[in-house]
Design a protein. Sequence first.
Length: 75
Amino acid sequence: MSVEVLRESACDCIHEIIMKGMEPLAKKELVESLLSVLKKSSILEPQEDEDADFMAKLAKLMSASGSQLLNSYTK
């Protein structure tokens, strides 16, 4: 996600990985580990001049992450 040319595709790829069918505990661990990596790499702290398309993809990824965590916890 640090390579500007690839980061929108990387967001889509991670989104699809998160959305795949998995056991709730495994999905929770996957989502938490992916979000930890994104946080450590400062991806979740965008700059003011970020590309709008990337921000939309990142928002979609964060929304999917949250909904999948909630689904995992309820199961």
